[in-house]
Design a protein around this ligand. Structure first.
Ligand code: FMN
Length: 407
C-alpha cells in the first residue's frame, strides 16, 4: 500500500492540471502519445457539454521519463487548460483575470447562488469563502484528466503482467443495458455512450436528448473489468489493506459516484448462498494455454464475487460497478439560496454536461489501474520492471494444487 502514489493539482479554469506519480519502477515504456489515447477517451461521450469541444487534452511529461523509459523517479505531467487562454466566465470576463494567481483589478461576478448537489455549500462554509468559485473550481471533474493521465501510467506498467482494463456503461437515466459478459471492447469504444448493447444505446441517447430538452441532467451505472489479474493481490489481514476496501475507496472518490459494488453486487442479498458462491473447478477442468500450462490457477465456474474474496484477488476478472448520480448544475435550476443574504434564488448555472456516465467508465479504469499497480508493487516489489516481472513469474509457479508447490 502506498507503493504507487498519485497527487493532482489544478483548478477547472486555471492555467492547467498537474499530476505527480511516484512508485513506477524503472524500465517501463511510457510516451505522451500512449497517455493521449486515454485522455482522448475521457473527452468523448454523448451528453458532455461544450467544454469538451474546447479542450484537446495532452499530458506533457516533465520529469521521470528518459528516452521513452521510466527511471524509477517521480513522474510529473502537465495538462494545460485551453479554456484558460481563450475563454471567460459566464459574464465573459477572461479566465486569465477571473482565475489569476495574482490580485486583479478587473471586475468579475462572484458565484453566490449555491447549487444543491455540488460542493458549493459545505465548501464555502468549511473554507470560509464568499465566492463559490473557490470551491467549484477544484471540485469540478476537470481534475479527472490528471487521474486519467496517472491511470495511463499504471496501465503501461500493468501491461507487463498481461493485465487489461476496460469499462462499459450499463445504464443511463433509467435505461438499462443488457449486460454482456465478454463484450467486444472495440465496439464499446465506438458506441456514443460506451455501451455494448446497441438497442440500449439508442434509448440512452434519446433519454439524454430528452433531459437536455428539459434542461435537466442524468446519472447511471458503469462497470470496470480488469482481466489477467493474478490471484493474491491485497490481503485479508487488516481492514485498510483489503483490496476490496482500496478499490471501493478509489472508485468512490470519483466525483458524483455514490455507490460501488463488486461482481453480482447488491443482487447477492436476494439469492441463496448456493447460487452465489463461485464453485472452484477440479484441476482436470482447468483451462490450459497452447503450451499446456494452466491459464490461471484455481479457476471458478462463475464470478459472482467479481474476482475478490477476503479482500484478495481470486484470479478471475475483477468486476467493479459504480452508480453515478445526475449532474448538479442544471439548466433549469433548482430553487436555492444566496450565500450572503440567505434569500431564495435560482441555483447558479454555467456550461455543464447533461450526463458524463460514459466518461466515468474511463475515469473508473484509471482508478482501478492505480489501485492494481499499487497492489502489484506491494506484492512483487522491484525497482526495475524486469525484477517485478521476475518476482511475479516466480510466485505464479508456486500457486496451484499442493504437488506444484515443491517447484
Ligand atoms: C467526468 C465528470 C464530469 C462532470 N461534469 C459535471 C458538470 O458538468 N457539472 C456538474 O455540476 N457536475 C459535474 N460533475 C460532478 C461534480 O464534479 C460533482 O457532483 C461535485 O464535485 C460534487 O461532488 P459529489 O457529487 O461527489 O458529492 C462531473 C463529474 C465527472 C466525473
Amino acid at each position: 500500500m502506498g507503493q504507487f502514489r498519485f497527487l493532482s493539482a489544478g483548478e477547472s479554469h486555471g492555467r492547467g492540471l498537474t499530476a505527480l506519480v511516484e512508485g513506477i519502477p524503472a524500465g517501463v515504456p511510457i510516451s505522451e502519445d500512449y497517455i493521449q489515447t486515454d485522455l482522448a477517451r475521457r473527452q468523448r461521450g454523448y451528453g458532455r457539454g461544450g467544454r469538451m469541444e474546447i479542450e484537446r487534452d495532452r499530458a506533457e511529461i516533465t520529469s521521470g521519463v528518459r528516452h521513452g523509459l521510466t527511471m524509477g523517479s517521480p513522474i510529473s505531467m502537465l495538462i494545460w487548460n485551453r479554456d484558460w487562454e481563450t475563454g471567460g466566465d459566464p459574464d465573459k470576463v477572461a479566465w486569465t483575470d477571473v482565475m489569476s494567481t495574482t490580485p486583479t483589478t478587473v471586475e468579475y461576478n462572484r458565484i453566490t447562488r449555491l447549487r444543491p448537489g455540488h460542493a458549493d455549500t459545505p465548501g464555502i462554509s468549511k473554507y470560509q469563502q464568499n465566492d463559490a468559485r473557490n470551491i467549484l473550481e477544484r471540485s469540478s471533474a476537470r481534475e479527472s484528466a490528471a487521474r486519467v493521465a496517472a491511470g495511463a501510467l499504471a496501465r503501461g506498467m500493468l501491461e507487463s503482467f498481461g493485465i487489461e482494463i476496460h469499462s462499459q456503461v450499463l445504464g443511463i437515466g433509467g435505461v438499462h443495458a443488457r449486460r454482456v459478459e465478454r463484450p467486444d471492447w472495440s465496439q464499446v469504444e465506438e458506441s456514443r455512450v460506451r455501451c455494448a448493447d446497441a438497442e440500449a444505446e439508442e434509448q440512452m441517447v434519446a433519454a439524454i436528448d430528452a433531459a437536455s430538452e428539459a434542461g435537466d441532467s442524468l446519472g447511471g451505472v458503469i462497470e470496470v473489468v480488469a482481466t489477467g489479474v493474478p490471484v493474491g493481490l491485497g490481503t485479508h489481514i487488516q481492514w485498510d489493506r483489503k483490496l476490496s476496501t482500496r478499490l471501493a475507496a478509489a472508485v468512490m472518490s470519483i466525483n458524483a459516484v455514490k455507490g460501488v459494488e463488486f461482481g453480482a453486487g447488491f443482487a447477492q442479498a436476494e439469492i441463496r448462498g448456493s447460487e452465489v458462491h463461485d464453485v472452484i473447478l477440479p484441476v482436470d477442468e482447468w483451462p490450459r494455454g497452447e503450451d499446456g500450462e494452466w491459464v490461471r490457477p484455481w479457476p471458478r465456474r462463475s464470478n459472482n464475487s467479481g474476482g475478490l474474496e477476503g479482500g484478495m484477488t481470486t484470479g478471475e476478472p475483477l468486476v467493479v460497478r459504480a452508480m453515478v448520480k445526475p449532474i448538479a448544475t442544471i439548466k433549469n435550476p433548482l430553487p436555492s439560496v444566496n450565500l450572503e443574504t440567505g434569500e431564495l434564488v435560482q441555483a447558479h448555472y454555467e456550461r455543464s454536461d447533461i450526463t458524463f456516465v460514459p466518461t466515468c467508465g474511463v475515469i473508473g479504469e484509471a482508478m482501478v489501474g492505480i489501485v492494481l499497480a499499487d497492489a502489484i508493487l506491494e506484492k512483487f516489489g522491484g525497482d526495475h520492471i524486469d525484477e517485478t516481472v521476475r518476482n511475479w513469474r516466480a510466485f505464479m509457479k508456486t500457486v496451484g494444487p499442493a504437488h506444484r508447490v515443491e517447484g
